[in-house]
Design a protein around this ligand. Sequence first.
Ligand code: ATP
Ligand code: MG
Length: 391
Amino acid sequence: MSADNTLAPLLPGATLGVLGGGQLGRMFVHQAQGMGYFTAVLDADPTSPARLVSHHHIQTGYEDPQGLAELARLSDAVTTEFENVPAAALAALAAQRPVSPAASAVSVAQDRAREKAHFVACGVPCAPYAVIETAEQLAAVSSDLLPGILKTARMGYDGKGQVRVKTPAELAAAWDSVGKVPCVLEKMLPLALECSVIVARGADGGTVHLPVQRNLHRDGILAVTEVFEQNLPPALAQQAVAAAVSIANGLQYVGVLCVEFFVLQDGSLVVNEIAPRPHNSGHYSQNACDVSQFELQVRTVARLPLTQPRQHSPAVMLNLLGDLWFAHGDAAQTPPWAEVLALPGTHLHLYGKRDAKRGRKMGHLNITAATPEAARATALQAAALLGIAPF
Ligand code: ATP
Ligand code: MG
């Protein structure tokens, strides 16, 4: 579906709907409400983070026709915070209300094989890969792709649905272990670092972006994001922004898109994957930029003008995983918030999740300062207080 640039903006007072009630939906709701919109959230979980703060909540699954009809009735426009929303649900909603991003774009992001084909079509290099859907394709895999990572084509997040393999026998066993679902095998690349870019694209095709984020993952989960000038060589940062914009343009994308990249040891840039929504690595923008990724999302859904965000403070973001709620062993503890917030420039964001579990994203801490050195120093102090390993 091509972008429709004929619709007038939805002004404050309108209702914005969101599929999915996770933390990203909650921060979208907070932002929309702050700008004077009403909100509606569809999520089956009565305790979901966004449900707790939204004006309206529809407690059904993503495929429930009545739930979708109710969301359409309540909302003037709809977006998604969860990339695995069935594309059919977005398409059904789009018959009644403007939906961004469109089902066609979200469905590309949902499937690693289609995603990679799109990168190739845009001329942006990605890791060498093979699609594995049949035993014949498994047998035909080139040994050049080993050692590699077998990734399920659909439904992966936070490193789930991934198996690292060194030999054809390990590959066959790994494909067995994921139930022989469609997968891609990616060559394991020698990473120097990882980065990502948040792009917002309006219905008129105009784009703006946030500065390039430098990301540290631990156990397949984002742990730390650092954003300040010279966090990456400027030419590389420019290349990442240009690649992200061309990926968004190629999808006729409307909304906020995150593009994740690898920087290899030889300095080259390789795209990893896209997320059709705000992203964990863009959370620093809430406190370090004059327009956050959630404001960009509200503006794209409401078809308001996009203006280029400006980062006003160097920033570090620390992810707060459920592990911090456990002392040694399994005894529950409350992280030392008062001590952390006594450090200058610390901004706490918690998602209102009732139960802390190891590896579960419970919140994040943004640290801003006048200089990158000061932001890093404070972030390291906060990390030490919280029991997060230094970086
Ligand atoms: P999320 O959705 O949380 O970003 P994911 O489950 O979709 O994660 P990926 O982004 O594919 O997973 O991979 C998670 C991490 O594993 C990457 O950020 C990177 O650290 C590492 N990784 C993935 N693919 C490769 C590769 N081909 N070579 C080297 N490292 C890789
Ligand atoms: Mg990823």
